[in-house]
Ligand binder design. Structure first.
Ligand code: HEM
Length: 235
């Protein structure tokens, strides 16, 4: 155990939890990212940047592999991690094995989709023109996190061994009895995997990724969204 372990596996997780939930609530209910900054607006759509800025109009042939693979990959990985952590925390071998195999499939799918998504932003001029720093930062974060996860499990062949350490550690954080020792012995690659994931979740509320929380709720009966600038309405 080093002071670094204490910071990264006790301090950082709680900073991330506060920023993740606090950031989503603050941004959802205030105009935090728009010209309405500082004015409360209880629409749960506080700023008009709460959208994905779809790129699907351009390069239609490659939006399929990019979007489908990365979304299914994320979904599979989310379920696989939860089941794996429960398996690790309660010494349930089936859960850890599920994590290993479903995680492997989901991870490959995600990395494939992310590579397409990044290539689209670099190669297709219209998509490049509409891309912001945020779009690249998210992709690089996800490529790094899934690359490190896959390196540990598929190249170092840890066979889910790290999940057995991560499960009790995640449990200790959720029970507010943090125990960094549970994860201190994990390989550096997996520690980096977790640290980058925590940084990513802390950044999440301030990006387009908040669409996860509103999609697809209310899509069918929502009011039309005006894409004009306010100034345009005055003319
Ligand atoms: C704080 C959040 C996270 C924690 C604690 C965590 C922890 C872990 C652990 C313990 C493993 C298993 C390594 C092994 O035993 O071989 C793993 C694998 C993996 N993780 Fe994460 N992870 C987190 C977030 C993420 C995120 C956000 C992504 C997606 C970008 C991701 C993608 C992967 C992938 C692709 C694997 C390899 C799965 C496999 O081959 O079985 N993880 N993670």
């Amino acid at each position: 155990m080093t002071p670094f372990d204490n910071f990264f596996f006790i301090g950082l997780p709680y900073i991330t939890i506060v920023l993740f939930f606090g950031g989503i609530i603050y941004r959802g209910l205030s105009g935090a990212m728009s010209g309405h900054r500082g004015k409360w607006n209880l629409s749960a759509r506080g700023d008009y940047l709460w959208a994905t800025r779809s790129t699907g109009f351009f390069g239609r042939a490659s939006i399929g592999p990019a979007s489908l693979c990365l979304h299914w990959g994320v979904l599979i990985l989310f379920v696989a991690h939860i089941v794996g952590f429960i398996g690790g925390a309660y010494a349930w071998v089936g859960g850890v094995n599920f994590f290993r195999w479903a995680g492997l499939g989901g991870g490959i799918l995600l990395l494939y989709g992310l590579t397409w998504a990044l290539a689209r932003r670099i190669v297709i001029p219209q998509v490049k023109a509409m891309s912001r720093a945020e779009d690249y930062i998210i992709l690089v974060f996800l490529i790094l996190i899934s690359g490190l996860g896959l390196y540990q499990s598929a190249i170092k062949l840890s066979f889910g061994a790290v999940a057995i350490q991560a499960g009790p550690w995640v449990g200790s954080i959720l029970k507010l009895q943090p125990n960094a020792e549970a994860i201190a012995g994990a390989p550096l690659v997996n520690k980096l995997h977790i640290i980058f994931a925590l940084l990513f979740f802390a950044y999440f509320p301030f990006t387009k990724l908040v669409h996860v929380l509103s999609y697809p709720f209310g899509y069918i009966n929502r009011p039309f969204i005006s894409m004009r600038k306010y100034i345009g309405l005055k003319r």
